[in-house]
Design a protein around this ligand. Structure first.
Ligand SMILES: Cc1cc2nc3c(=O)[nH]c(=O)nc-3n(C[C@H](O)[C@H](O)[C@H](O)COP(=O)(O)OP(=O)(O)OC[C@H]3O[C@@H](n4cnc5c(N)ncnc54)[C@H](O)[C@@H]3O)c2cc1C
Length: 861
């Protein structure tokens, strides 16, 4: 074993081997993988080996599609077969709601280049005759699904990596990790110590233990998972013989079941409701190639439904039940990337679908390590997306909830209950008493809307407008016409101070830093000129800046700030960054009467001239020391008031008492988001993400290319010079009873013109067969069938996608924001666009100027 390596990958499961392969492919060959036993000694060996491309997060779906396409490449390079069976598969809907869910997934697939298709239950049965199709109302076909040999695939990655120069050391456990002052890692193993620049945690079932070696508690948990294998079935053999093909994969949401052909029998697995964590606190080091005791009682309810839906399987004898553990993060997506607070310590763990995701994870991580950026939008699997609140027990509750809901619909207005309340502000009980419906905002309870007195404060979950529609409308109208108050504790808040603070921020941000007591809005870019942040910055003192941003990005941003702190030379130690988290909370008042209200609570003069739009001031509000920003995300006259938690109740009560004469109402996060829509304001993580440049994101006025050099400036200058390819726009949509949720395709009537921004189908699909067993090739539209799929339909073409939207209650219109080719972004003509909502294409029209207060005179008043 060598004693030095550029990078050491810990763990030889499918993920570690994929990371090793991708690092080697990217040109890092001085790398090694250290495995405590043999390759595949964690969950990889007993996986069912299924793969598919669908994922709730379109960006993760894209990386899954990449994974599937990669298998041929590693087979060729390694000479090792993955035993790939690209059968295609269907997802079966048993209710209209589930069908809506499939319509949404199908629509999303259009611009992801996925070749899915909505089909009838009979068509599904033709490809999987063991089902009773009368249990279902419809299905979605995905040609890029199948199964493979987990062990062969892991070895194919490993052999391919070796061929490119990587080293693999087996039967050697990593027992300790320490770091030198210069950042070098000492990877202490049973066979000696390796000095490495980078360490990657691919420990799978033991990823928590490896995290603990460096003082990090990773939010993941292993769950027991069972699948059964039947004896050979004559029906399967007969189908294979008569059709010359294999049966497809089937996902049955109602039964929480996935099933497919395995040899000449059937494999059937469940994500049962009564799920069970495995080794919730510590993973034993002596676990490896053994299986867990099957527990048929636990999966009996799923099997009962499964046998009803697939009567053909019930008759078969069960040959074996496999029960094995594998790991999940809170939301079921992987934990990938550099860990905040550490240098060159990387994670690729909690990969629950290693054979769908392993390739994409390896590619993104290797890009990140070698080139400093994952090159994809990997927020959905970034290890920084969870905060300190994701403790061991919190994780346990959330992972169990996620596992048991794996096949459940998550409605757009659905808040999940496990592990709540976790964090609360001092106003929590008051908000409950006010009949607030609370939501989870990065672990913090936050009022979403206020149910009318005497009604139960509860969302009726739906893809359509629901019971919050009326009350939110009232909150919006009262705020716009009089004044409203809302909690804004769920923002990120930082203080950057010290003699080097202004230079530091100027280097990171695209906008000029404000003068003392003033505020600016500013994006932040990565080296490639892509948007990685959107901040409100106030200069609170000569060497002190207050910063606000998106709550969920706190670790993501801290990681970036820390990476760019001046490390040595004259600037070192001259910048301090403090993240407040919930030690600073806030309230916002907005609406035309907000100044009159605030004036009653402060002794300072806050008249228009004395306290201008975008001013910052420290002042006592209702007797409590506060910081006040004269801005509001509602786009109205308004103020954000920040205070220590100990004062929040005092300030709230003062606002409520003083507000009575002005008709003050409480409003929640949903009303706030509705109001920002009619101002065309973007949100971080929806409109603004690392896949867009600042000019694409329509952030032009906050980018000052002529100021000092800042990170991403050259790339941004190029984007401006060449002109952005895409542009963020706002639409008014002629919706029916449902508004956009995000990720819907945007169609435009552009004739044959191709704007080249929409991904083409990757064409790596299996053939599909209709109810008569006839092969269906290409699009059904092309064959004259009524269903329309793909990205072209006559003169119409999918040209972009929705990022977010909803109902704009004050203007009483449905609105959407999204990205379209820049050449179309200023075209406000009617009849040009349609947005697909729940399978129905609705007319939409670009609105360049915000429909509410386009000149901004109200907020500047
Ligand atoms: C019953 C079952 C069915 C499944 N079905 C599917 C499926 O159909 N499709 C799918 O995509 N996924 C499936 N999975 C999940 C899949 O198995 C995992 O996603 C995948 O195996 C995760 O791979 P990994 O490399 O992250 O972890 P692991 O496979 O757990 O590998 C981690 C490796 O790290 C090594 N290691 C740990 N600590 C150390 C140390 N300190 N020093 C050295 N080495 C160390 C371990 O020995 C191990 O080999 C299934 C899992 C189970 C249990």
């Amino acid at each position: 074993m060598k004693s030095h390596a550029k990078a050491v990958v810990i763990g030889g499961g499918v993920v570690g081997c994929s990371v090793l392969y991708h690092l080697a492919k990217a040109g890092w060959t001085d790398i090694m993988l250290i495995e405590r036993s043999e390759l595949t000694s964690g969950s990889s060996w007993h996986a069912a080996g299924g793969f598919h491309t669908l994922n709730g997060d379109p960006n993760v779906a894209k990386l899954q599609a990449y994974t599937v396409q990669l298998y041929r490449e590693i087979e060729e390079l390694s000479g090792q077969s993955c035993s790939l069976h690209l059968t295609g598969g269907v997802m079966m809907a048993d209710t209209p709601e589930r069908m809506d869910f499939l319509r949404l997934a199908h629509a999303k697939g259009r611009y992801l280049g996925m070749d899915t298709e909505l089909i009838t239950p009979s068509e599904a049965k033709a490809m999987f005759p063991l089902m009773d199709e009368t249990n279902f109302v419809g299905a979605m076909w995905d040609p890029v699904e199948g199964h493979l040999d987990p062990s062969g695939t892991t070895h194919a990655y490993a052999k391919a990596a070796r061929k490119l120069g990587a080293e693999i050391v087996l039967r050697n456990r990593v027992v300790e990790l320490t770091q030198e002052v210069d950042g070098t890692w000492n990877v202490v193993t049973e066979q000696g110590t390796v000095k490495a620049e980078h360490v990657v945690n691919c420990g799978g079932l033991w990823a928590r233990e490896i995290g603990r070696m460096v003082g990090v508690e990773l939010p993941l948990l292993a769950m027991e998972h069972m699948y059964l294998l039947t004896e050979p079935m004559p029906e399967v053999e007969e189908f294979n013989k008569s059709t010359g093909r294999e049966m497809i994969g089937v996902m049955d949401f109602k039964g929480e079941i996935y099933t497919r052909q395995e040899r000449n029998g059937i494999l059937l697995g469940t994500y049962e409701k009564a799920c069970k964590p495995w080794s919730p606190v510590n993973t034993p080091w002596d676990f490896g190639h053994e299986l867990l005791q099957p527990d048929i009682d636990r999966i009996a309810p799923s099997l009962e439904i499964g046998f009803k839906h697939f009567p053909g399987i019930e008759k078969a004898g069960i040959k074996q039940i496999i029960n094995g553990p594998f790991t999940f993060a809170l939301d079921g997506n992987p934990l990938v990337g550099p860990v905040q607070g550490l240098t060159n310590f990387w994670c690729a763990c909690a990969v629950m679908a290693g054979f769908s995701q392993g390739g994409g994870v390896g590619l993104a991580l290797s890009n990140w390590m070698v080139h400093g950026d994952p090159s994809f939008d990997v927020w959905g699997m970034d290890v920084a997306r969870f905060g300190e609140w994701a403790t061991l027990r919190y994780t346990n509750a959330k992972v169990r909830e996620n596992y048991s809901r794996r096949f459940s619909i998550r409605f757009p207005n659905e808040e999940l209950p496990a592990a709540r309340p976790a964090q609360t502000t001092p106003l929590y009980d008051t908000m409950l008493a006010n009949n607030a419906v609370m939501g989870d905002s990065w672990g913090l309870e936050t009022p979403l809307w206020f149910a009318p007195k005497g009604t139960e404060p509860k969302d009726i979950v739906s893809f359509h407008r629901s019971n919050d529609f009326g009350p939110i409308g009232e909150e919006v109208r009262a705020t716009r016409e009089k004044v409203g108050v809302t909690e804004i504790a769920n923002f990120a808040k930082y203080e950057v101070s010290g003699p080097g603070s202004e230079d530091f921020l100027n280097r990171l941000m695209t906008n000029r830093m404000p003068k003392t007591s003033r505020i600016v809005l500013t994006p932040m870019l990565n080296d490639f000129g892509r948007l990685i942040g959107d901040f409100t910055i106030a200069k609170a003192g000569e060497e002190r800046f207050m910063i606000w941003s998106s709550s969920a990005a706190q670790k993501y941003h801290m990681r970036w700030f820390e990476k760019h702190l001046p490390k040595d030379g004259p600037g070192a130690s001259q910048v301090r960054i403090h993240r407040f988290d919930q030690t600073l909370v806030g309230l916002s008042i907005a609406g035309p009467k907000s100044r009159d209200l605030l004036q009653k609570l402060v002794d300072a003069d806050i008249s228009t001239k004395a306290f201008r739009f975008m001013d910052f001031r420290e002042m006592a509000v209702g007797g409590a020391p506060c910081m006040v920003n004269r801005i509001t995300y509602t786009g109205d006259l308004g103020y954000e008031i920040w205070m220590a938690p100990a004062y929040q109740r005092l300030v709230y009560k003062a606002i409520k008492d003083a507000g009575e004469e002005f008709g003050l109402v409480d409003f929640g996060m949903r009303a706030l988001l509705s109001m920002r829509l009619e101002k065309n304001f973007p949100t971080w993580f929806r409109e603004l993400r690392p896949i867009y440049g600042p000019f694409e994101g329509a952030m032009d006025r906050f980018v000052k290319l002529e100021k000092n050099d800042f990170i991403g400036r050259d790339a941004a200058a190029r984007e401006q010079a060449e002109g952005p390819k895409l542009r963020r726009v706002s639409f008014i949509v002629d919706a029916a009873d449902a508004d956009v949720m995000g990720d819907e395709p945007i169609w435009a009537k552009v004739g044959g013109k191709d704007y080249g921004t929409v991904e083409k189908p990757h064409g790596y699909g299996a053939p599909r067969f209709d109810a008569d067993g006839k092969e269906v090739r290409g699009s059904r539209a092309a064959e004259g069938a009524s269903a329309v799929r793909g990205i072209v339909d006559g003169d119409w073409r999918v040209v972009g996608w929705v990022t977010s939207g909803g109902y704009a209650h004050y203007i009483q219109k449905s609105m959407a924001q999204g990205y379209v080719p820049a050449a179309l972004a200023a075209d406000e003509s009617a009849g040009l666009f349609e947005i697909e909502i729940l399978g129905s294409r609705r007319p939409a029209r670009i609105n360049v100027e915000p429909p509410f207060d386009p000149s901004g005179e109200k907020m500047r008043a």
